[in-house]
Ligand binder design. Structure first.
Ligand SMILES: NC(=O)c1ccc[n+]([C@@H]2O[C@H](COP(=O)([O-])OP(=O)(O)OC[C@H]3O[C@@H](n4cnc5c(N)ncnc54)[C@H](OP(=O)(O)O)[C@@H]3O)[C@@H](O)[C@H]2O)c1
Length: 319
């Protein structure tokens, strides 16, 4: 079969022939229909993700660990849990039958492949407990996940949505998606701290943080009150690290700002099935749009290196 193969850490996947993996008891053969390429997949191949060692020790290996495909009976499923050197960027995958879930009717394979970013954006409710009317700050709103988070905050009834990014034109697009205010993070430190304060309205109730790094650090500075006032709680849910893997967190930010920090995985096991159904309903109704750009597996090397997708998820399809 054909697959996208990486020979060395930091390399670009190459389209070529590989041996068809055998099917063992309890496993199923899935004909791959769509695979979303996300930052985590690129980071594993680049060697910068914490799980990259496993990928490196299996080289040559096929990237991406989940996707959408057809079972031998023709039904459409999501599959996951692939371990290197096996990966989803292939014509077929072999997975334990328990690692497949039916895809609901009315969801096309490329959209199904990209659903996970929308579902994880539901962490603003599942992890941070967002309720209608609250103010939400989305850090990194110009990315694929951030744009979905803006739409989802609106659908969940947020009262005010503030969105950050570092590209003026992209921020205008995010405003058109439903953000009430936008903040450009590509400014000096004092100006950004001021912008966080000026746009907070009655205070940020929930922060969805796809950035971490410098913008998160400056946000925590902005949340610290200037006087001995009791700050309103701000529930920050950490979900990405596009601006850096670490922050310097001052003691007063935790002691006096009302800042509470949660991981996106908080409550996920219990709350995600309902979050998944909600996202599927919104997509089917047309209330939520997940923009994707599809490219055939044979052009995987070109697809992998694209930097022009502007808020659209790359999805690799057969061909
Ligand atoms: N845990 C989960 O379930 C989950 C799900 C989805 C995403 N994520 C994580 O969330 C993050 C964003 O994912 P994505 O798919 O939306 O990625 P993306 O489409 O590449 O968007 C990245 C965002 O970060 C901004 N950005 C990148 N580098 C930056 C920097 N140095 N300083 C300030 N802003 C910067 C980008 O701004 P520009 O538009 O100007 O480039 C854009 O807004 C990633 O870390 C990803 O792994 C996690």
């Amino acid at each position: 079969m054909k697959a996208a193969v990486v020979d060395r850490l930091g390399g670009t996947p190459q389209y070529r022939d590989v041996g068809e993996p055998p099917v063992h008891d309890g496993e199923v053969r899935v004909t791959v229909a769509a695979v979303a390429v996300e930052n985590v997949d690129r980071a594993i191949v680049a060697g910068t993700h914490y799980t990259a060692a496993e990928f490196q020790s299996a080289l040559p290996a096929i990237p991406c660990f989940d996707g959408i495909g057809h079972l031998p009976d023709g039904s459409l499923v999501g599959f996951g849990g692939l371990k290197p050197p096996q990966g989803a960027l292939a014509e077929h995958v072999i997975v334990p039958a328990t690692h497949t879930v039916p895809i609901p009717d009315g969801i096309e394979p490329p959209t199904a492949a990209a659903l996970s970013s929308a579902i994880s954006a539901m962490c603003m409710r599942t992890a941070a407990g967002l309720t209608a009317g609250e103010t939400v700050l989305i850090q990194g709103a110009t990315g694929v996940a951030g744009r979905l988070a803006v739409q989802i905050a609106r659908l969940l009834g947020a009262g005010r949505i503030v969105a950050t990014g570092r590209d003026r034109a992209a921020l205008d697009e995010v405003a058109a998606l439903g953000a009430d205010a936008v903040i450009d993070t590509a400014v000096d430190e004092d100006r950004l701290v001021r912008a966080f304060r000026e746009n907070a309205g009655q205070g940020y109730d929930v922060v969805v943080d796809y950035l971490w790094g410098r913008p998160a650090e400056l946000l925590t500075r902005a949340l610290v009150p200037d006087s001995f006032a009791l700050a309103k709680p701000t529930r920050l849910v950490q979900i990405g690290e596009s601006a850096g893997p670490a922050v310097r967190l001052t003691a007063d930010a935790l002691r006096t700002s009302g800042l509470e920090i949660y991981g996106a995985a908080r409550n996920a096991a219990a709350a995600m099935p309902a979050a998944y159904r909600q996202v599927v309903d919104w997509v089917r109704d047309g209330a939520l749009t997940i923009p994707v750009t599809t490219m055939p597996l044979s052009l995987v090397a070109e697809a992998w290196n694209r930097t022009d997708l502007r808020g659209r998820r790359l999805v690799v399809v057969p061909g």
